[in-house]
Design a protein around this ligand. Structure first.
Ligand SMILES: *[C@@H]1O[C@H](CO)[C@@H](O)[C@H](O)[C@H]1NC(C)=O
Ligand SMILES: *[C@@H]1O[C@H](CO)[C@@H](O)[C@H](O)[C@H]1NC(C)=O
Ligand SMILES: *[C@@H]1O[C@H](CO)[C@@H](O)[C@H](O)[C@H]1NC(C)=O
Ligand SMILES: *[C@@H]1O[C@H](CO)[C@@H](O)[C@H](O)[C@H]1NC(C)=O
Ligand SMILES: *[C@@H]1O[C@H](CO)[C@@H](O)[C@H](O)[C@H]1NC(C)=O
Ligand SMILES: *[C@@H]1O[C@H](CO)[C@@H](O)[C@H](O)[C@H]1NC(C)=O
Ligand SMILES: *[C@@H]1O[C@H](CO)[C@@H](O)[C@H](O)[C@H]1NC(C)=O
Ligand SMILES: *[C@@H]1O[C@H](CO)[C@@H](O)[C@H](O)[C@H]1NC(C)=O
Length: 376
């Protein structure tokens, strides 16, 4: 608390010098300034050559792209700079080592030659969908049809995964897992595209409805209204696996889009129940979101909480419940006060203390700051 008021005082002084207009105690500029500082630090990991964010993986970079887009949606002065990043990533990422480019040694030259890329298609349907959502956001900001076309191509590829043993889409093209995340993403991408491609609205709507009907009946949503990791491929029952935060998140944005697509607010009411159950299950006693593996989360997990916050923002905007706004602001404040290192680096445990940051922890925490700014 002391640290916060000291910082606010300094912030107020510097803002007052920069602009003579009165600095109001309105949380919106406070959260937005922090979000911009956090995203600016995230961009220090952006690699112009690969079009990806160093220190993190392929699908995580799609989430970095998305949080940049979500911030840009709140600050139109960023549009051209962000569009330059979108353009660069669009062209470069598929040819990077993490992309699925096919390189061939050219016998007539010592160097290798790029034969073809597979764009944003790879072996994992969930990876594909993160990119689709990122490109849809980039399309919303730039109206560049290439981005929407790419998302539509990705979705078409995802439909080829629709014959998993227990129903829905497979997680991967090797057909090893049948779980929550890829199916939530499938719903979300379909519903988003349905609202943006009028000529194929019915196609996307039917896929979105088919997915939701399956998901609702699949057993993935447990009796406590939280969502487990996946299905047991032998019994097709809920595997009682970890309740990861992102599995409570992607579904919220998917249901919000579906409700707009078919004009039925009951989907938003269902999303609200899932969100409330998740907040109850995953918050600490101060209302700060946690991941069950903390403080030792490794690999993909440090990305997850931001995905929840991003989608909670979408839910709040469709159905403004004060407790959701409070939750977003509590988390953004905790990150800024307790989980921040030098140069606005943000770590993975939002209650602190700060230990280290990379593009995964940074983009995830930025999702929370951006969401708080959006609702403040
Ligand atoms: C605004 O002021 C109130 C009380 O004066 C304080 O509790 C709150 O933290 C302030 N909020 C911001 C964002 O400055
Ligand atoms: C960008 O990525 C390339 C390829 O992985 C790497 O060689 C290069 O060092 C990176 N650039 C920076 C500034 O880290
Ligand atoms: C973005 O670039 C366009 C075209 O150059 C220009 O007209 C516009 O003013 C720029 N917008 C911003 C916010 O800088
Ligand atoms: C992005 O690429 C498109 C298509 O080439 C171009 O029209 C647009 O001006 C580019 N935007 C920026 C900011 O470079
Ligand atoms: C190999 O390099 C030569 C000379 O640059 C070029 O003409 C040829 O198309 C290349 N082969 C492949 C397979 O890219
Ligand atoms: C799913 O479809 C693929 C391609 O159409 C096929 O190879 C595979 O056997 C099917 N799997 C199941 C479980 O039906
Ligand atoms: C998960 O728990 C439920 C309720 O206890 C049980 O019915 C189900 O069989 C369990 N799933 C597996 C795969 O064991
Ligand atoms: C959406 O549904 C509401 C309530 O049923 C109805 O009043 C409204 O006209 C509908 N809007 C559209 C665009 O269909």
């Amino acid at each position: 608390m002391v640290a916060l008021s000291v910082f606010l005082f300094l912030e107020a002084v510097s803002l007052a010098t920069a602009a003579p207009t009165q600095v109001s105690n309105d949380s919106s500029p406070w959260f937005l300034a922090n979000a911009k500082a956090g995203v600016s630090t995230l961009q220090q990991w952006y690699n112009q050559t690969t079009g990806l964010w160093d220190t993190t993986g392929w699908w995580n970079s799609a989430n970095c792209l998305t949080v940049l887009g979500d911030l840009t949606a709140q600050d139109s002065s960023m549009v051209n700079a962000s569009a330059a990043i979108f353009n660069n990533t669009f062209l470069r990422a598929p040819a990077s080592t993490l992309g699925q480019a096919v390189w061939k040694t050219n016998s007539s030259k010592p160097a290798t030659t790029l034969i073809e890329t597979k764009g944003f298609i790879n072996e994992y349907y969930d990876d594909e969908a993160w990119w689709a959502l990122g490109w849809i956001q980039a399309y919303d900001l730039t109206h560049d049809e290439r981005f929407l076309d790419t998302a539509a191509d990705i979705f078409d590829d995802m439909t080829s995964g629709w014959n998993a043993t227990c129903g829905g889409v497979w997680w991967d093209k090797s057909h090893t897992q049948n779980g929550a995340i890829e199916n939530e993403l499938f719903l979300s991408v379909a519903a988003h595209l349905g609202r943006r491609i009028p000529s194929k609205m019915a196609y996307y709507r039917d896929w979105a409805m088919k997915e939701w009907t399956w998901f609702w009946n699949s057993g993935l949503i447990n009796g406590g209204y939280t969502i487990n990791n996946g299905l047991d491929l032998t019994t097709c029952q809920n595997d009682n696996g970890t309740v990861w935060s992102y599995n409570q998140g992607v579904i919220l944005g998917g249901l919000v889009e579906l409700s707009k697509l078919v004009n039925d607010t009951s989907y938003v009411a269902t999303a609200q129940k899932i969100a409330d159950a998740a907040i109850e299950a995953l918050s600490d006693s101060n209302g700060v979101l946690t991941e069950s593996c903390e403080p030792d989360c490794t690999g993909d997990a440090p990305q997850f909480k931001g995905v929840f916050m991003r989608n909670l923002q979408a839910l709040y905007q469709a159905r403004p419940e004060d407790r959701i706004k409070q939750f977003l602001e509590t988390n953004a404040n905790s990150i800024w006060q307790n989980d921040r290192g030098d140069d606005s680096e943000l770590g993975s445990v939002w209650s602190g203390p700060f230990s280290s940051a990379d593009a995964t922890t940074q983009s995830s925490a930025c999702d929370a700051l951006v969401a708080a700014a959006a609702v403040a």
